[in-house]
Ligand binder design. Structure first.
Ligand SMILES: [Zn+2]
Length: 438
C-alpha cells in the first residue's frame, strides 16, 4: 500500500492534480488560489511545488494530493487512492475490489450504462432515427461522441437486464436512479405508464431473455425508454446521472426531459452540465458562459465557445457558484428577462452579486436560443457573447423600461427594485456607483 502511494505521488504533480479543480496562480516557486474549502476574498490557499503539498492559511486545512481529493470530492481514502492510481496509471497491487466502496460501485454502473446507451445510439435501435435527428439539429458526429450522447431504446427492461447480466444486484442498480419501482406507477399516472402495460418477467409477450431474472426484478422497470440520453458528469468527468429527452416521434405526452433523481453521487444543486469539459477553457478564458440547457452547451462548444456550462432546469445555486469560483470570477449569462424565468434569473443574479462574481448579460436577438444561434450563425453568437453588458446596468435598464419614472408610483417601484438588488451587491464600489445614479 505505502509503495503504491509513493509511486502515485512520484508520477503526479500536486499543482496539476489540484489545478484540475481550482484556478491556481503562480506565486514565485509556489501557487496560490482562493481556498475551495472556505469563503474568502484574498487567496490564502497555497500549493508548494517543492514539497508537493497544499495548505490554507485561512481555514488551516492542508495535506498531500490524497487529502485534497478526499476533501474536494467527499471520498474515503481508498476511493481517492483508486481515483489517483487510475490517473497516474499505477495498478494497485493489493487492491480489494469488494472494498472499493459503494460509491465507486454506483459510478461503475453509471459508466457501464453510459456505454450501453452509446452503443444503442451508434449500433443499435437509435442508429438511423436518432443520429439523423441530432445531425438535423446541427450536431457533428465528433460532438455527439464527445458529449457521449446515447439512446435508450423502447422496452421496459433493457438497461435493467443488461446490468443484471453484468452481475449487479437490483439494490445496486436502484441506487443509480435508472429504475422505477412498479408500485410508483399507481401514484402518478401522468408521469408513468399504466402498470398493467408493464410485462412481468413470466409474460410470454416479452421478447427479453428472462432466464436471468431475480424474482424481485419484476417490480422494477427502466426509467428511460425511447429517449435521447445526455450523461451528466461531475467536474472530473465521471457520469453521475442522466438527462433524457423524448425521442423524435416518441410519446410527446410525456415530459420532454426526464432526469435521474438525486442519489448518493448525483446532487442536482452541485452539478453544472458541461463543466468537466469546459473547466480548462474557463480557466484560460477567465470567464464562464452560463446557458439554460444541455443542448445550448453542446451547440456552443461545437461553435467554438468551449467555456460554456448549464444549470439543468433550476436557478443557479450557491454550490454551483462555488464550483464556478474555483475557476474564474467572471460569469456571462444568457437570459431572457421577458419570460417566466424572470424571478429565477433575479435570484441567480443576487447570488452572483453576494458572492462577488462579475456578471455580464448576453442578450440574444429576439426569439433565438443559444443552440439555435450556434447552428445558424456561430459568428454572430461569438460576437454577441463578446458584447455582453454589465448585469446591473442591464437589470436597471429593464426596470426603467418597465415602470414609468415620471410618475410617483413608478418612481417608488424603480427605487424599491434597485435598492433590493443593490442590497445583495457585496462590492461597496459598485454599490456606491449605482446609488449615486438613483
Ligand atoms: Zn481555506
Amino acid at each position: 500500500m505505502n509503495s503504491d502511494i509513493e509511486e502515485i505521488k512520484s508520477r503526479l504533480n500536486a499543482a496539476d492534480v489540484i489545478g484540475e479543480y481550482i484556478r491556481l496562480e503562480k506565486a514565485g516557486a509556489n501557487y496560490k488560489a482562493h481556498c475551495p474549502f472556505h469563503n474568502e476574498k484574498t487567496p490564502s490557499f497555497m500549493v508548494s511545488a517543492e514539497k508537493q503539498i497544499w495548505h490554507c492559511f485561512g481555514c488551516q486545512k492542508g495535506g498531500d494530493i490524497f487529502a485534497f481529493v478526499m476533501e474536494m470530492e467527499g471520498l474515503e481514502f481508498k476511493e481517492a487512492l483508486k481515483l489517483l492510481a487510475d490517473k497516474a496509471g499505477v495498478p494497485l497491487r493489493r487492491f480489494d475490489a469488494q472494498a472499493e466502496g459503494k460509491k465507486n460501485r454506483t459510478l461503475e454502473i453509471l459508466e457501464l450504462a453510459t456505454k450501453f446507451y452509446e452503443t444503442q445510439l451508434w449500433q443499435g435501435a437509435g442508429k438511423i432515427k436518432i443520429i439523423n435527428y441530432l445531425k438535423e439539429r446541427g450536431l457533428k458526429e465528433e460532438t455527439i461522441r464527445q458529449f457521449r450522447l446515447g439512446y435508450a431504446p423502447l422496452g421496459w427492461r433493457n438497461i435493467l437486464q443488461f446490468l443484471l447480466n453484468r452481475g449487479y444486484s437490483i439494490e445496486e442498480i436502484k441506487k443509480t436512479g435508472l429504475l422505477v419501482e412498479k408500485q410508483a406507477a399507481q401514484i402518478s399516472k401522468s408521469q408513468i405508464p399504466n402498470p398493467k402495460q408493464i410485462p412481468n418477467s413470466n409474460d410470454q409477450n416479452t421478447n427479453l431473455n428472462t432466464t436471468n431474472y431475480q424474482p424481485q426484478a419484476t417490480s422494477y422497470y427502466d426509467r428511460f425508454r425511447d429517449r435521447i440520453i445526455f450523461p451528466i458528469a461531475d467536474i472530473m468527468g465521471k457520469v453521475v446521472g442522466f438527462s433524457a429527452r423524448v425521442a423524435p416521434g416518441g410519446d410527446e405526452s410525456q415530459a420532454k426531459y426526464v432526469n435521474t433523481p438525486e442519489s448518493e453521487v448525483y446532487h442536482k444543486s452541485k452539478v453544472l452540465y458541461g463543466a468537466d469539459k469546459a473547466k480548462g477553457e474557463i480557466k484560460s478564458q477567465d470567464f464562464v458562459l452560463l446557458v439554460e440547457g444541455n443542448m445550448d452547451v453542446i451547440a456552443a462548444a461545437q461553435a467554438g465557445i468551449k467555456n460554456t456550462v448549464a444549470v439543468s432546469g433550476t436557478a443557479l445555486t450557491a454550490e454551483q457558484v462555488n464550483i464556478i469560483k474555483r475557476y474564474t470570477n467572471n460569469l456571462r449569462m444568457f437570459f431572457d428577462m421577458d419570460k417566466a424565468g424572470e424571478e429565477a434569473t433575479k435570484k441567480s443574479l443576487k447570488l452572483c452579486f453576494e458572492r462577488d462574481l462579475n456578471v455580464k448579460v448576453v442578450e440574444l436577438p429576439e426569439g433565438k436560443d443559444a443552440a439555435e444561434l450556434a447552428r445558424s450563425n456561430p459568428t454572430l453568437l461569438k460576437e454577441t457573447v463578446e458584447k455582453a453588458a454589465d448585469a446591473l446596468e442591464y437589470f436597471f435598464q429593464k426596470v426603467f423600461l418597465k415602470e414609468n419614472p415620471k410618475e410617483v408610483e413608478g418612481k417608488k417601484k424603480i427605487a424599491a427594485e434597485i435598492l433590493d438588488m443593490l442590497s445583495h451587491v457585496s462590492s461597496e464600489i459598485a454599490k456606491g456607483h449605482w446609488l449615486k445614479k438613483l
